[in-house]
Design a protein around this ligand. Structure first.
Ligand code: ADP
Ligand code: MG
Ligand code: MG
Length: 878
């Protein structure tokens, strides 16, 4: 018999797969002797079986559940039917990977019309008892019967307004009774059956609902966003209730052991007195800072501080802890590694190393590759800020970033506008899990309620999205679609700017500047580079990009695309002269002029690189990309070239290709027009000579694209070498350079051994290689790739993540063979995959020396190379 239900006492933190993160950690905390209410966990395996086999809990689960419930009753001396020792429980979902706020929870389960009276009598607090009951009725209705949240909320809010109560806590017992009665009638009205009075029926229905919630839309979206597989399922935790809503000596809260926004090593959290469960997170009342608990309940505060330190040491990471205080007794209800901003992640990792809690290697696994890119996000320009009109400065800096966009008031609107290409900022009184897709679609999120641990704040930080919460001076009217702020009003579609690092909001769009890096970031990246085997170069050709890439830690340039340099008007006309020429002489004249420009370009690029290796790819795209298209452009070009439009048209037509991607491009251009590559090689070496004269040494690597035969390569290499050698003779300079090939056709992979004997380096061009291996046009695959991934035909888009069994095998074969015949050959990967985390892990296990990606992906790539090396197990522990 498979064990499907575990008491907390039977679990531990290593059992996350089976018990989910919440369950495993509750068990672990109990083992540590912390004050955790007792309970048990139904496994993720039971969830998967339930979802596979239909609509009822299996007999086996029901039987094991009963056994555990009996044992649980014995341990706690409580039961669902006892008068004096009434058992009430929470039913909490919890997958292996935490999905904060995504799944469902039901509190106070076990209450019914009878038990609520018992509870009132026992506690001598009718108000409290009915507060628990109304919460159960609402949560159970939402989770189990899908009654819309608004049905309950609307009535509750109206009740408060009608009776003049500002806070939930102001509603007296009588009022709560009336609310409970109304809630019960909502069941009949909305789902045609009454609220189930039998606690064990409540329990099974609740468990089934939590299992089902694994399949709901918001869970699915969250999994998709975070790459969480469906198959892991969720566990369900049944736990004895403790009551934060039993008066002013009770409360509930959430705290992080360090600041999740900045990483500062200081307890960071919020709590509310006389409140239960989600009240803090839902942003209904603005909670208090954890520091003020020290005045209100010094003992509890002190105990909490020591528990939080113990947990952080034990888990060797910053913890996100949920707690409840019942009559000054502290209970810990959850701990997990806390979500944090990229900046905080780096600072915390570095601090934990300095505090000797973790090793450098462990530290390198603690920051997500995708979050590193957040750190490179721009900030608002201070100068521009001083001139901007302020909307609000009272909000909390919940998640950093600088975003501008149009105001929208609902998640649906955000999604819709985003799909139309608009940048939007979602403004809401508060957010809830239903809003997740709208939050994804927004540049930033602004709320008027809620604190630093509200739903909006936590989710935004997880997404690396700019967010400001608790803007109490704004009034958002979502029905009228207006915001009132101290100085005016905003309507839907108005543009605002949000500073998530400061919590400020401004009118209009504000200019941004690139971020500066902290010392901790530099330190962290150095550790990564020290450990990494693969080095990381950048794909770049403009001076600002190159400077950025080197600042981010690139070790060289893996790809300079020369075609971009031909598009300035004065160059384009020369290029057109070249393409449309009738004689070689005309071609050479045009090329000489272009050569002059190119020498300047290469000089700028190589000046930035100095001795760092710099791969320059010779011209690659089909020539017609340079030709005029519109009639007016054609007329102008015809005039410039001194021919008639008809002649020009004919010429253009003759260059037209049915399938340009497979046509006259790459090295094929130079097989037909050798002077093109000779000009470019000469320009490269002339710039090398100029720099040399200034005392700057450089290392250019000349790359020939789209090679598929050895003869193509040797023919062109000979031509280029001859020219360069002649140049060396003329100038009396000793010139250093490499000539290599871009490997981007399957044939080139297959003849790699032979190519490697004549080529100084290989660089896999994964975009073309993927295109040619699959036969998928990279420009048209958008039309079907989604269908492929939705139907599970392809696990991922091969243009974004390496297709290991096809393209990956080709790369492996080619690199192994190349290194065999030429151990000194340098092998790299450029193209989209060079910056992709999963692909980097694959490349790190091959005979490859470096990857190359766009400058802004460089830090992420460096981190991925380091993480891959840590995981490889090749390193000795340090
Ligand atoms: P989530 O995964 O969304 O955080 P939880 O299962 O942690 O959901 O529960 C939601 C809220 O209910 C939390 O604030 C939690 O502290 C509270 N809660 C859960 N179980 C209990 C319990 N046994 N007693 C009191 N509060 C509880
Ligand atoms: Mg929780
Ligand atoms: Mg290519």
């Amino acid at each position: 018999m498979t064990k499907l239900v575990y008491a907390f006492d039977e679990g531990q933190k290593s059992m996350k797969d089976l018990l989910g993160g919440k369950g495993a950690n509750l068990a672990e905390m109990k083992r540590l002797g912390l004050p955790v209410p007792d309970g048990f966990t139904i496994t993720t395996q039971a969830c998967i079986e339930y979802l596979e086999h239909g609509s009822k809990l299996s007999e086996e689960v029901v039987a094991q559940l009963q056994t555990q419930l009996d044992l649980f009753s014995q341990r706690t001396s409580k039961s669902f039917s006892s008068d004096e020792q009434l058992l009430l429980v929470s039913v909490r979902s919890g997958a292996k990977i935490s999905m904060p706020g995504m799944m469902d929870t039901i509190l106070n389960l076990g209450l019914n019309d009878d038990n609520v009276k018992k509870l009132a009598r026992k506690t001598n607090d009718e108000r409290f008892a009915y507060d628990c009951y109304r919460r159960l009725l609402q949560m159970f209705g939402e989770v189990v019967y899908n009654v819309p949240m608004t049905a309950f909320d609307a009535y509750f809010d109206k009740y408060k307004t009608d009776h003049g109560y500002d806070n939930d806590a102001d509603i007296p017992a009588e009022g709560l009774k009336e609310i409970c009665e109304h809630y019960k009638s909502l069941y009949v009205e909305k789902v045609y059956k009454p609220f189930p009075q039998e606690p064990t029926v409540q329990l099974t229905e609740a468990i089934e609902a939590v299992f089902k919630s694994w399949d709901n839309d918001r869970a699915r979206v969250y999994r998709q966003l975070n790459d969480i597989p469906y198959e892991i399922g969720t566990a369900v935790n049944i736990q004895e209730m403790v009551f934060g809503n039993s008066g002013e000596r009770s409360g509930t809260g959430v705290a992080f052991t360090r600041n999740p926004v900045t990483g500062e090593a200081k307890l960071f959290g919020e709590y509310l007195l006389n409140a239960q469960g989600e009240d803090v997170v839902a942003g209904i009342r603005t909670p208090k800072d954890i520091a003020s608990l020290e005045e209100q309940m010094p003992h509890v505060h002190q105990q909490f501080v020591s528990v939080s330190q113990q947990l952080e040491q034990h888990y060797r990471d910053m913890q996100d802890i949920e707690f409840t205080i019942e009559n000054e007794q502290l209970y810990i209800l959850q701990t997990r590694n806390g979500k944090r901003t990229a900046n905080a992640a780096v600072n915390i990792a570095v601090d934990l190393v300095n505090e000797q809690v973790i090793t450098k290697q462990e530290a390198l696994t603690k920051v997500e590759v995708k979050s590193i890119e957040q750190l490179l996000h721009p900030n608002f320009d201070d100068e521009a800020l001083t001139k901007a009109t302020v909307i609000s400065t009272v909000g909390l800096p919940a998640s950093p970033g600088a975003a501008s966009g149009k105001v929208v008031f609902s998640a649906e609107e955000a999604k819709e506008q985003h799909e139309q290409g608009e940048k939007v900022i979602l403004m809401r009184p508060e957010t809830s899990p239903e809003d997740i897709e709208g939050m994804v679609a927004s540049e930033a999120i602004v709320t008027t309620h809620g604190g630093m641990t509200s739903h909006a704040a936590v989710v935004a930080r997880g997404m690396g999205k700019c967010c400001v919460t608790g803007c109490a001076d704004l009034e958002i009217n979502t029905t009228e679609k207006v915001v009132t702020y101290p100085g005016g009003t905003l309507a839907e579609g108005d543009i605002i700017s949000v500073d998530g690092a400061k919590g400020d909001i401004y009118v209009g769009k504000i200019a941004t500047i690139t971020a500066e890096h902290s010392e901790a970031f530099e330190q962290y990246m150095t550790w990564a580079q020290d450990i990494a085997r693969l080095s990381v170069r950048m794909n770049a050709e403009t001076v600002p990009d190159i400077i950025a890439g080197y600042q981010f830690g690139a070790t060289g340039i893996g790809l300079v695309r020369t075609e971009h340099m031909f598009f300035a008007p004065e160059r384009l006309i020369e290029m057109r002269r070249f393409i449309l020429a009738h004689t070689q002489e005309q071609r050479i004249t045009a090329l000489n002029t272009i050569g002059g420009y190119q020498t300047e370009d290469f000089e700028q690029i190589l000046r930035q690189s100095g001795e760092k290796p710099t791969i320059i790819r010779l011209l690659d795209p089909p020539l017609h990309e340079f030709l005029p298209r519109s009639e007016s452009e054609k007329a102008q070009v015809a005039e410039q070239l001194g021919v008639t439009v008809t002649t020009l048209d004919k010429h253009i037509e003759s260059l037209n290709e049915v399938n340009p991607m497979l046509g006259h491009r790459g090295c094929r251009l130079a097989i037909t027009y050798p002077e093109l590559y000779v000009m470019q090689a000469e320009a490269i070496m002339k710039s090398v000579i100029r720099l040399k004269e200034e005392g700057i040494d450089t290392n250019p690597e000349i790359m020939i694209p789209l090679v598929s035969t050895v003869e193509e390569f040797t023919t062109l290499k000979t031509l280029i070498t001859e020219r360069i050698e002649a140049l060396a003779q003329e100038t009396g300079q000793d010139l250093h350079y490499l000539i290599g090939t871009m490997i981007e056709t399957p044939r080139a992979c297959l003849i790699a051994a032979e190519l490697a004997t004549v080529s100084d380096f290989f660089s896999f061009g994964t975009n073309d290689l993927t295109q040619l291996t699959f036969g998928f046009s990279r420009d048209d695959s958008g039309k079907f790739i989604n269908a492929y991934s939705n139907q599970g035909i392809l696990e991922q888009d091969p243009f974004q993540t390496i297709d290991k069994s096809g393209v990956g095998e080709l790369i492996k074969l080619a690199s192994v063979q190349a290194k065999q015949v030429n151990p000194n050959i340098k092998i790299g990967v450029c193209g989209e995959l060079g910056g992709d985390e999963k692909s980097i892990h694959y490349f790190n296990d091959l005979e490859i020396d470096y990857v190359s990606c766009s400058p802004y992906r460089v830090p992420g790539a460096i981190l991925a190379t380091a993480q891959s090396e840590v995981e490889s197990g090749r390193l000795s522990v340090k």
